[in-house]
Design a protein around this ligand. Structure first.
Ligand code: GLN
Length: 307
């Protein structure tokens, strides 16, 4: 364990350095409502296994969790389906962009993994089959895991994405053509975009992800996942959580992680901490530029790495 005072001072110095990178990336613009976010923001939070929080910068500012929601829909689907979830869903890194269609066609509608858009849409399809109110249920899971009952969905972002979601619709229809998608596409797209538009801050997210650092156990002792399921989800995060930048992330950061185009990256240091960084300007791969830098620094300065 890193002494509290040292951890706090490292977070503050990383925040100062990360702010110098403002202007080097670009805020996501393919979802018009996200383009309006001010890019010059940076926040970081860390939670230890006892639930202590360390934070710096804009750690209390809410942002659109976007693809970080894919981690929580996966947790929900693993809880409901267990091993059966993997029928028609892979666990290999894709090496392609998060919203690429190419592989899906050549691999008969079986998405490479649950963290690219096609895989997450499939997970939402499976949830639609078993949940009476998927939107409500995911938000509830996040409220209970984060301990924040005030979490909300930004309806403007959800609508904006739905109106500009042709690629996601194309993926879902392609899977349907291969008999690997069971519910009406429009219905599943609606819940998928709803999940992506949930707003949380770095502190909410490190709290919500804590079971992944603690063998599936919540702060109050409840088991969200078994320790085997937890290990496996962390393995998929490590190999697939940052799309075609997963190798680079392993190389520089060395932790299981999940990014979103809202600029958040949630990382797990099993047995130690959960970490969330947020800065809206993205690099070429669609991952937070300053966020990647900050996590790399944590590895360098405090040896946060599973390798
Ligand atoms: N809502 C976004 C989309 O489907 C999520 C992508 C992301 O965060 N990488 O395109």
């Amino acid at each position: 364990m890193v002494p509290m005072a040292e951890l706090q001072s490292v977070l503050e110095s990383i925040t100062n350095e990360a702010r110098e990178l403002f202007g080097q990336g670009q805020v996501a613009n393919y979802i018009p409502a996200l383009e309006k976010i001010c890019g010059k923001q940076f926040g970081v939070a860390i939670c230890d296994l006892k639930g202590n929080i360390y934070q710096a910068g804009d750690a209390n500012t809410n942002f659109s969790i976007q693809s970080i929601s894919k981690l929580f829909t996966l947790i929900q689907a693993v809880q409901i389906y267990g091993e059966k979830l993997w029928e028609g869903l892979g666990r290999e890194p894709s090496g392609t962009r998060f919203n690429s269609l190419v592989q899906l066609e050549s691999e008969q509608g079986v998405p490479r993994n649950p963290f690219i858009n096609a895989g997450a849409l499939l997970v939402c399809d499976r949830l639609e089959s078993r949940c009476s109110a998927p939107n409500f249920q995911l938000l509830n899971l996040l409220k209970s895991l984060s301990g924040n009952q005030q979490l909300t969905v930004n309806q403007i972002v959800a609508r904006s994405e739905l109106e500009h979601g042709s690629r996601n619709a194309a993926m879902a229809y392609l899977m349907k053509a291969f008999n690997n998608f069971h519910n009406p596409v429009e219905k599943v797209l609606e819940s998928y975009t709803h999940h992506c538009a949930i707003e949380m801050n770095c502190i909410d997210l490190v709290r919500a992800a804590l079971p992944l650092a603690n063998q599936g156990q919540c702060q109050n002792g409840d088991l969200v996942l078994t320790s085997k399921q937890t290990k496996r989800i962390n393995a998929i995060l490590a190999t697939c959580g940052l799309y075609d930048e997963a190798g680079e992330f392993a190389f520089k950061v060395g932790l299981p992680g999940k990014s979103g185009v809202g600029g958040g990256i949630l990382a797990i240091y099993p047995g130690h901490y959960t970490i969330c960084v947020w800065s809206p300007e993205l690099n070429q791969a669609g991952n937070s530029l300053a966020g990647m830098f900050a996590l790399e620094k944590l590895n360098e300065l405090l040896h946060f790495s599973i390798y």
